[in-house]
Design a protein around this ligand. Sequence first.
Ligand code: HEM
Ligand code: HEM
Length: 228
Amino acid sequence: MTKKHLIWDLPLRIFHWCFAFTIFGSWYTAENKDDYIDLHMQLGYVALGLIIFRVLWGIIGPKHARFSQFIPSPKTLITYLKKSDAKQATPGHNPLGALMVITMIILITLQAVSGLFIDDDIFSSGPYNGAVSDGIENIMSFIHHNTFNFMIAAIVMHISAIFFYWIIKKQNLVLPMITGKKSAKEVNASDAIPNSKLLLGIVIAVLCAGFVYWLVVINAPVIEDFYY
Ligand code: HEM
Ligand code: HEM
């Protein structure tokens, strides 16, 4: 049996699949917002917590989760694009994939943060809706409604790229995102991470959840109810 090496840590993998589920859920509940607007906002808070987690994990997580490890310099990106042979397989994100990861994180941050300030013109509003002027609210509403289209485009490209690697380049990237491991044919033993830093991941996740709770429940300004 081919030896395998651990590349994606468990907290990153859990983050990924929770993130995909949450974003899909946010989309579905937004499309059916008349019935699900409360759930929509709750999923939005989860997305916000996951984003904060990922940013912190990108600083203190294991090797391949770190931004410093995978954000490419323009030179690395150009070299990668020029050489098209499959041998270029990188242990973590390849330079092009890394750009897409960063784009998705930025777009989803914009989406979740802008949601905090808007309302649906009926009964539901984000927790900071009452704390900003109409001008700011309009800008946030514009961001919330328009970023979504870019986000969908990025996600479609993300999933298409995964299938492109699978079918054309014969590289299955999905299995490693589930098991965490890549075969010794694809990566060297020196690329492997020693462990998932699971305890640290749990501590950071709890802190992120606590922070989001504080942000949207404890610290949110009380809005006078003007629907009589
Ligand atoms: C709403 C849907 C999705 C979002 C927002 C999303 C987001 C992301 C993000 C942010 C990463 C970077 C992981 C990290 O470093 O933290 C990533 C990687 C990855 N995603 Fe997704 N994802 C989605 C759906 C999917 C689906 C449906 C699949 C499987 C078909 C998938 C397969 C992968 C794989 C294989 C990687 C690792 C790519 C690599 O090896 O460089 N994703 N995704
Ligand atoms: C990343 C997560 C999020 C995604 C993908 C998302 C997506 C969307 C989309 C596409 C719409 C437009 C629905 C339509 O008009 O047909 C929408 C509306 C809305 N979202 Fe979000 N949202 C997210 C997070 C949030 C958060 C955190 C909040 C607030 C707590 C929020 C509050 C709202 C509200 C109040 C509306 C109704 C706006 C209106 O009717 O004009 N969203 N969301």
